[in-house]
Design a protein around this ligand. Sequence first.
Ligand code: RB5
Length: 145
Amino acid sequence: MRIAVGSDHAGFELKREVLNYLEASGHEAEDFGTRSRESCDYPDFARAVAQAVASGRVELGILICGTGIGMSIAANKVPGVRAALCGEPYSARLAREHNDANVLCLGARVVGPGLAADIVGAFLSGRFAGGRHSRRVEKLRGLER
Ligand code: RB5
């Protein structure tokens, strides 16, 4: 899968771990920055990753900040993006299966690298279940219009 990954300074270290995990799992990961621990603004990276997902240039996105909250608020403002902030694998899998989430947000000050890898793995292994969930996701799209 083609996956865009972005973080702010607080998520910089965990982003490196996530990129390594994605590459080791055979995915094509694209690093959207940030490139250092220098303080920066999470909406800039959320916008870049969310737009790559919304345009179809990549299939999924992963965004990391300190809590994951700022990234999820920002990414969800881009039409076509359904970003889910997850702190454990069950929610990550269900975010795909029920919500057809296309961006995963992580809090680097909340989860460690091992748990983050499990969360990412669960998110990537989930498949949208369709059925009654399609109607609900269509209503989410309606909120954008
Ligand atoms: C940066 O200090 C922090 O505010 C940011 O990474 C994020 O947690 C915001 O939601």
